[in-house]
Design a protein around this ligand. Structure first.
Ligand code: FAD
Length: 297
């Protein structure tokens, strides 16, 4: 198991910002993972699990605890139309394997830069499909340290959420129920969606994708654009000119820059349209310093 002290979290988050984690560990088996969580509990040290860090903003003061990376859970195989993937497997790898095996269902996920575990926990989705549409079951480490396999119906998936976080479970492995398809057609669909992403999204800058959840009856990007906020900056963070739903790390942004810009966008959209935008990005660490500076400024 890899264990590192004082690990910069900007190396592990797609925003490329944030301070250090006191400890960063990479277990490679459920037993090692259980050992880490047990030791943390015994020592009263908090821990937090990360997949690919593509929906995560860690504060500049870092994380005073143990970051558990699931990268080591990397098994990937297919049997019939079931694809089994460890929680650390990048979605594009799972989607590419499905494609090669002539299995359809994961095309929508190929361009989401998350891990299988993070995407399952968040019920990530795109282009009209969500993880819950293809997840057959998840094998999890439960809050009391047991390993259980839960069927899709038991996971109460919602919009960008599931019972995984609510019940303090960790995803170890996912089974996807896919359909027989044609490799060429699956690849074509993946390429088409990837073209759309490149066209619409500011993929040339670090970000965490859509910063805010889609509010009922509208789109966050549309509301932000209508409030005239494209190009709005806070330090090195900026509301993308290409897609207003993305807050980007334009130029060496700190996590506080990104955080303050998110809050400013929320405030101005509320004033302009009366809508409360909710962050889709997960915050980790202490942002009270950024809040204080916002009040002073
Ligand atoms: C350019 C770009 C485009 C994006 N496009 C989309 C999109 O189209 N659709 C979409 O839904 N999202 C999108 N995202 C956001 C992000 O990729 C997804 O939310 C993704 O599912 C997050 O996965 P992750 O492994 O990076 O999770 P992380 O960011 O590492 O973690 C996210 C949350 O999941 C939890 N978590 C991670 N792994 C596990 C695990 N094994 N068990 C339990 N909990 C876990 C973490 O604790 C955290 O709360 C985009 C991001 C970027 C940067």
């Amino acid at each position: 198991m890899i264990v590192r002290e004082k690990e910069p979290m900007r190396l592990h988050t797609s925003f490329r910002a944030g301070g250090e984690a006191d400890w960063y560990v990479k277990p490679e088996s459920p037993e090692e993972l259980l050992r880490v969580t047990k030791e943390c509990k015994k020592a009263g040290v908090p821990w937090y699990v990360v997949g690919n860090g593509s929906n995560l903003l860690v504060s500049d003061t870092g994380y005073q605890g143990v970051i558990i990376s699931m990268e080591g859970f990397d098994e990937l195989n297919t049997e019939g139309s079931i694809l089994t993937a460890g929680s650390g497997v990048p979605l594009f790898r799972a989607a590419n394997t499905a494609c090669r095996e002539g299995l359809s269902g994961l095309e929508f996920a190929a361009g989401i830069p998350g891990s299988v575990g993070g995407a399952a926990a968040m019920n990530a989705g795109a282009y009209g499909s969500e993880m819950k549409d293809v997840i057959h079951s998840l094998t999890v480490l439960t809050a009391d340290g047991g390993v259980r396999t839960l069927m899709r119906e038991e996971l109460s998936f919602g919009y960008r959420e599931s019972s995984i976080a609510r019940e303090g479970m960790l995803v170890l492995m996912a089974e996807f129920a896919l359909s027989p398809g044609d490799t060429g057609e699956v690849r074509e669909q993946m390429e088409e969606l990837s073209r759309k992403r490149r066209e619409k999204q500011p993929l040339e800058y670090p970000s965490a994708g859509s910063t805010f959840k889609r509010p009922a009856g509208s789109f966050a990007g549309k509301l932000i654009e209508e409030a005239g906020l494209k190009g709005l900056r806070s330090g090195g963070a900026m509301v993308s000119e290409k897609h207003a739903g993305f807050v980007i790390n334009y130029e060496n942004a700190s996590a506080s820059d990104i955080y303050r810009l998110c809050r400013e966008v929320q405030k101005r959209v509320k004033e302009h349209a009366g809508v409360e935008l909710e962050l889709e990005v997960r915050l980790l660490g202490d942002f009270s310093g950024a809040d204080r500076k916002e009040e002073e400024g």
